[in-house]
Write a protein that binds this ligand. Structure first.
Ligand code: IMP
Ligand code: MG
Length: 186
């Protein structure tokens, strides 16, 4: 890991408010739905846990795990499913929940895979929509925060598996050069 420091971007109170507001909107949009939330491991686990506890509608919850090939901070579009969902989503309203959408490759590929299971609807919910280097057009239907650029950690998001446990979101400031870490698990 390159030398770096963390600078707070979003604090716990702000996150709590945004998650609550988003859960309210999702609850109202899916009032008559038959909803399955699919959390993408590992990054979504904190957001998903807070989100579901603020929903006022019944939902089912499953997880999948995706890995992308390549060894840069960029996702290459070659996405592998390393743990598949176990709930049958045919005719269900699927909401895919992830920590952050960056290039868009991961969720672009995964939502196309989910479509093959014949759900009634598929939407995407990301804790953070990072819009500055989108390569694949994906509709991020729900998000808590939108940022343009930068590498962020905390609230489930990691840098080389560090910092997922932090309750706030922090931007990484690299103190020397540009980091080029292993993408590995998304
Ligand atoms: P995409 O295919 O480029 O949209 O990749 C999204 C995935 O890359 C996310 O699910 C994260 O695991 C990871 N990622 C992208 N940007 C960040 C970041 O700023 N912090 C931590 N992980 C990130
Ligand atoms: Mg992720």
């Amino acid at each position: 890991m390159k030398k770096h420091r963390l600078k707070q971007l979003f604090g716990e109170d702000e996150i709590r408010k945004r998650v609550k507001a988003l859960a309210k909107k999702i609850s109202s949009d899916y009032e008559n739905g038959d909803v399955v939330l699919i959390g993408i491991l590992k990054g979504s686990f904190v957001f998903l846990a807070d989100l579901v506890r603020n929903l006022s509608i019944p939902v089912k919850i499953d997880f999948c795990r995706l890995a992308s090939y390549g060894d840069r901070t960029y996702s290459t579009g070659e996405v592998r499913v390393t743990k598949e969902i176990e709930i049958d989503v045919e005719s269900k309203d699927v909401l895919i929940v992830d920590d952050i959408v960056d290039s868009g490759h991961t969720l672009g590929v995964y939502s196309a895979l989910i479509q093959k299971k014949k759900p009634r609807s598929v939407r995407i919910c990301a804790f953070i929509d990072k819009i500055g280097r989108r390569e694949k057009k994906v509709n991020v239907d729900y998000f808590c925060f939108r940022i343009k650029e930068g590498f962020v950690v905390g609230y489930g998001l990691d840098y080389n598996e560090e910092y997922r446990h932090l309750p706030g979101v922090f931007i990484i400031e690299f103190l020397e050069g540009v980091e080029d870490h292993k993408a590995g698990d998304r």
